[in-house]
Design a protein around this ligand. Structure first.
Ligand code: SF4
Length: 472
């Protein structure tokens, strides 16, 4: 459930194949680096070449795994997953990696993304393969498809799966002796490859490779399948994969860590360009530039440099207020924001302040921050949002709040300005966004801003659709 005023990323995945090493700890630290991509559950599966061992539970990576649990996961081959539920409830039985069985033996699967035709596939696979589904996530459908799909090798299996799956999926899959990693034909979610200690690691983001001390090799291509085993590494790109990827542009704006490389560029620098671009489109005079802590810092730094106005910290964030502290109702959310941020009167009082936010979903955070700045004596408050207004929900693995809750889907800019209590408000244009991310042609998904998705989607999907009692 989306409990603060940011869209929520779906999951992070890690895989490792390092002969002669026990990789559980490597996978653990990789997941730790990807904790921002999902905080509901965490899991690791490993193998020494004999059988898959698995531990997956609700909780943060550091809560689920301890020294003893890692010792109980031996083997040179492993995958890991950290989850934020986008389809299927936040339940332990949906924690990943998931296990499935088929003609190629037992497999474990970790998935980042969202498959939009999972409901149809469940019905079809029940008839075709005699599959029965016990869990409620789209990942169970993917795992079953990879376990049961026809094919003489993993490239054929993956190509078969790509023909049938619609949506976003960056996958780590393992058998007892092979690691398989897959990026969907649209390339919606990131996935990268690195080397470590004579072996290979894959991860959602390059920051995880950095934290592991691995050497970044490259990002996966759209529709690419990589198979790693004792005979080496092999790669194949599905012939029908899209030439230009349709990566989620929100990875650039907010989701990915700023120290990750996306589409060949450091996200921190891309975010600086987003800030500079919104200022070029909507300049205004001010005394100081302030970013909403902490995710908007690079955008604010970029805007301040373009505007030649000093950037400063004016609001200090309590780093120890976690998601669990904030309850999912409006009043508790408001209290949560107040507990999380503390404005510094000495910096703010009497100043014209240019506040930079990377994105606005419901407007809870920006509204509270403006109130705090006013109480601390701000003379004027001008808000610049370094992304366009969010007018549609996401269908590819991001929890955006409902259409009714998206403020830009329901109010004009003038109404939002008044609602949040700013003196002025301006958003980045879609054209400005594409300039800043240096997008060649149609190479990003911008669906939540434009309503145009890289593949047709039904409107308003319910992530609980497979739960018992779900009314869709
Ligand atoms: S709709 Fe928005 S959040 Fe979803 S994949 Fe597209 S750009 Fe990303």
């Amino acid at each position: 459930m989306n409990i603060d005023d940011k869209p929520h990323e779906e999951c992070g995945v890690v895989g490792a194949f390092i002969p002669g090493e026990s990789v559980a700890r490597t996978v653990f630290f990789g997941l730790f680096a990807l904790q921002h991509r999902g905080q509901e559950s965490a899991g690791i599966a490993t193998s020494e070449g004999d059988a898959i061992r698995l531990k997956a539970r609700m909780g943060l990576v550091s809560q689920v795994f301890h020294e003893e649990t890692l010792v109980g996961l031996p083997g040179h081959l492993g995958i890991g997953h950290t989850r934020y539920s986008t389809m299927g409830g936040s339940k332990e039985y949906n924690a990943q990696p998931l296990i499935a069985n088929g003609q190629r033996g037992e497999i474990a699967v970790g998935h980042n993304g969202n498959v939009i035709n999972a409901a149809e596939l469940r019905v079809e696979m029940t008839e075709e393969f005699g599959s029965s589904f016990e869990k409620t996530s789209d990942t169970e459908v993917i795992a079953e498809l990879f376990a049961k799909a026809p094919g003489s090798d993993w490239f054929e299996v993956s190509a078969y799966a790509m023909r049938r799956l619609k949506g976003a999926y960056s996958l780590v899959v393992m058998t007892k002796d092979q690691l398989i990693a897959v990026r969907d034909p649209l390339g919606i979610r990131p996935l990268c490859l690195g080397t470590l200690n004579g072996g290979w690691v894959v991860a959602s983001e390059t920051a995880a490779l950095d934290n592991l001390g691995a050497e970044f090799v490259r990002e996966f291509e759209n529709g690419e399948t990589v198979v790693i085993d004792r005979s080496g590494i092999r790669s194949h790109i599905w012939s029908s994969a899209r030439a230009n990827h349709a990566m989620c542009v929100f990875e650039q704006i907010y989701f990915a860590r700023p120290d990750s490389i996306l589409n060949g560029e450091l996200a921190y620098e891309t975010r600086q360009r987003l800030g500079a671009e919104v200022y070029r489109e909507h300049p205004i005079d001010a005394d100081i530039v302030v970013g909403i802590p902490d995710s908007s810092t690079p955008h604010a730094v970029g805007l301040a440099a373009e505007a030649k106005i000093p950037y400063t910290e004016a609001i200090i964030r309590n780093r120890y207020v976690g998601r669990t502290f904030i309850q999912p109702d409006q009043r508790s959310r408001a209290q949560g924001v107040q507990t999380k941020f503390n404005p510094m009167r000495g910096v703010i009082s009497g100043k014209r302040i240019l506040v930079v936010d990377d994105s606005v979903v419901r407007s809870t955070t920006i509204t509270r921050v403006i109130k705090m700045l006013r109480r601390a004596g701000a003379k004027e408050i001008h808000v610049r949002v370094a992304s366009p207004p969010i007018k549609s929900t996401c269908h590819f693995g991001v929890d955006m709040a409902t259409l009714n809750e998206l403020i830009a889907a329901n109010k004009t800019i003038t109404e939002i300005t008044e609602y949040i209590g700013a003196d002025s408000l301006a958003y980045l244009s879609v054209e400005g966004l594409l300039r800043a991310v240096r997008a060649p042609g149609n190479s990003y998904c911008t669906g939540c801003f434009t309503g145009n998705y890289p593949i047709p989607v039904q409107l308003e999907m319910n992530k609980m659709r497979f739960e018992v009692g779900s009314n869709t």
